[in-house]
Structure formats: C-alpha cells, structure tokens
Design a protein around this ligand. Structure first.
Ligand code: 0PR
Length: 387
C-alpha cells in the first residue's frame, strides 16, 4: 500500500477504466451464465443498507424480521409457508448446509449421499468438508437421475439423497416424486437443489405448464436450495436454504453468547453476513410478486423456445434435449463442440463448454435481438466449419 492516499476522483476514474475489460450483461453476449444484472430496485435497496449484519441479529432485529418474512415468502412459493431457513451466500453454502443437516440428522460418521452425476460440484465440496462419501448415479435417457440406479445404491451407510430441480448443465428436473418415495420408505434425508429451477418452476406452473412436483408438497423433501441471485434477479450474494421445519434447521444451529446485540444462534456457515442482501430479496419479492416473476420467466422461456426451434434448422447443430427451463444444450454431430465454442468466443460470445455440449442460459438480460445475433453467428460458423 502506498503511504499517501489518492483523491477519490482519481480512484473512481481508474476503476472505470480498469473494469472496461470485464464483460457486461447489458451487451447480451453473456449467454451462458446463471446470473444476470440485478433488478434496479434491488440495486438501490442493497446499496442503502450495507451496514446491516445478520451475524449479530440483536443489533438489527428489523432486518431479522425481514429475513423471516423473506423465508416465509420463498416457503410459500415452494408449498410450505412454515419452512425455516436463511438467505445465504449462494447455492454452494445452501448445499453445504443441507448436507451438514443431513449428517446431523443421521448421527452417523462417513455416511453416503446419493446424487446424480449431473449434480453441481458444490456437493463435492460439501461432502469433502463433512467427511461424507458422494455416490454418483447415472442418468436415464432424459438426463435425469436414474431411479433404479438410486434404489440399487441405497445401503446401510446411506444418509441422504439429492435431487436437482434444474441441473447446471441442461436445466433438467430429476424425478423428485420418486426420490421422495424412496426417502420416506428408507427414512432418508432428501435435499432438492433448486438453486436455478426454484425461481422458474413455480412460475411456469402458474403459467399453465405441466411442472412435475419438486418442492415441499412431496413428503420426503427435507430441504431446498433456491437462489435469489440466479433467476430471482437479486444482487450477488443471495442464495437460499429452506428446511421443511425449524427442528431441522436447529440441528446445525450454534448458540453464541457474547454478541453486542445479545445472545443469539447461528445456523449458517458465514458469521458476519449481509443484511443488505436479505432486504434486497425481500424488496424484490414484494415488488415483483407472482405476476412480475411470471412475466420475466415467460419472456425467457419464449426466447428459449425460439432458440430451440431455430438451432436444429442450422446445418450440423441440434439440441441435447428439449428444454424444460430457460437452459439449452447445443450439440453437434458434425463439428467439434470445442471448436464451435472457440468460434463463438472469437465472435464475443461468452459460452459454457461441457464435455459434449455448449450450455446456453437465456437469462432476463437476453433480448430477442441477442438471440438473432447469436443464431446469425451460429449459421456463419456452420458454413465456415462445414467447409
Ligand atoms: N446448484 C446448482 C444446480 C447450480 O447450478 C449452482 C451454480 C449451484 C448449486 C451453486 O451456486 P453458487 O454458484 O451460487 O454457489 N450454478 C452456476 C454454474 O456453475 C453458477 C454460475 C453462475 C457460474 C454464473 C457461472 C456464472 O457466470 O454454472
């Protein structure tokens, strides 16, 4: 650090110029991220309340109250207004908290957790921290957790099952109803990772789509990850962990006696944590309401289906599977998918490359003109590589 500080305007100018290298959501070129530009109201609220710290709840009782209301709203969205939980740093923390709770509930060391191979890598981190063994099962022809494989993997060491409602690579929803039946029958903890799908599926259902049950309506579901900083339009960091009831959440709660605001308990990984994130999510849920989110989801899905219709018309390209959510898997039987990703990147597109496909996530910052530009570039790449 230099000994003499610099004036604010110099620093601000430097930041402006330094950050020019970063991509922006506004450009429409980030077509593969699960995040988006936060809603303007959330930005405003977030910056106004930066000092709120839920790590010392006694100092900020009103913010605590708003977190409770936020969890209640998310719980209602996921068919359980009595759900208990927290707004956390993201899906990773939420998944860690879920497996931690499962481990406490099972009172067993080195237990096994059955997950589909499509599960997010945060579950690998969770298992590593917690000394659990992840048993990864294959997918069925629809890219969902293969239920027979799950059944075959259950044994006396199994403590939990995980289903994904909106997989990271393809946006597929696992057969959560069947997982719930197994969980109930075998007395196992079931966690649903709806980090992405939790802010899409309830609105799709309201829009009249045939959405399979994935939430607390299913009796085996013990906890759900649902991330406001993905399709919830909240500023980063804002993940969500919801437990079926407060007794489950209490399994990982620690009492802390010395806080300035008075004795408290903590059931999150992070101690000092952002109250601004919570207030921003609270504000968004109240401002957008069901109708606002429905509109956003509908727009994303309309554009997703446009892509899904147009891609197969381009020589050499097809879809991995029909989209369930606003996520598309683009594959090619004619070209190397790595080469296609390279060509897209040359044209400025930020795309995620999986082993056999490119993931496209049609987030709210994507507009029709971006989809058209993307298709145009894909046609050009098809001509170029097709030779
Ligand atoms: N569960 C699922 C199903 C996820 O897809 C993700 C992240 C997580 C949990 C973990 O969430 P956090 O990243 O909030 O801890 N899915 C995205 C992915 O891996 C995260 C992401 C978002 C990556 C934006 C890149 C990006 O630009 O693709």
């Amino acid at each position: 650090m230099q000994s003499k500080g610099l004036p604010q305007n110099i620093i601000l100018k430097e930041i402006q110029s330094r950050l020019k290298k970063d991509l922006t959501f506004k450009s429409g070129k980030i077509i593969s991220s699960m995040c988006t530009s936060p809603h303007p109201l959330a930005k405003k609220v977030y910056t106004q309340f930066l000092e709120k710290n839920l790590g010392d709840p006694g100092l900020f009782p009103a913010t605590v109250e708003m977190e409770r209301e936020t969890i209640r709203m998310l719980g209602s969205l996921l068919s359980n207004p009595k759900a208990s939980g927290h707004i956390v740093t993201g899906g990773t923390e939420a998944n860690i908290l879920a497996l931690w709770t499962a481990k406490k509930a099972a009172e067993k060391e080195h237990g096994e957790v059955i997950v589909p191979i499509s599960a997010h890598f945060s579950l690998d981190k969770a298992a590593d921290f917690l000394g659990l063994n992840l048993v990864k099962v294959k997918l069925n022809s629809q890219f969902q957790a293969d239920i027979e494989a799950v059944k075959e993997s259950v044994n006396s060491r199994t403590i939990a099952l995980v289903g994904v409602a909106g997989t990271t690579s393809l946006g597929v929803v696992d057969p959560i109803r069947e997982l719930s039946e197994i969980a109930v029958e075998k007395n196992l903890y079931l966690h649903v990772d709806a980090a992405f799908g939790g802010f899409v599926l309830p609105f799709l259902r309201e829009l009249g789509f045939n959405v399979p049950d994935f939430d607390f309506t299913l009796p085996g579901v013990c906890s759900i990850t649902v991330d406001p900083h993905k399709m919830g339009l909240a500023p980063i960091p804002a993940g969500g962990i919801l437990f079926r009831d407060n007794d489950l959440r209490k399994l990982i709660a620690r009492r802390v006696s010395y806080m300035a605001g008075g004795e408290t308990e903590q059931a999150t990984l992070v101690g000092t944590r952002s109250g601004a994130s919570v207030i921003a999510v609270w504000a968004l849920l109240r401002h957008l309401g069901m109708d606002g989110y429905k509109k956003i989801v509908k727009r994303c899905m309309d554009l997703t289906w446009k892509l899904a219709m147009e891609i197969p018309k381009i020589k050499g390209f097809s879809l991995v599977t029909k989209p369930t959510l606003n996520i598309i898997g683009l594959k090619s039987d004619s070209f190397s998918i790595r080469q296609v990703a390279y060509e897209l990147r040359l044209r400025g597109w930020a795309v995620s490359l999986f082993p056999k496909h490119i993931r496209i996530v049609v987030m709210p910052h994507i507009r029709e003109r971006h989809i058209e530009m993307f298709l145009e570039d894909l046609r050009e790449i098809s001509d170029k590589l097709g030779g």
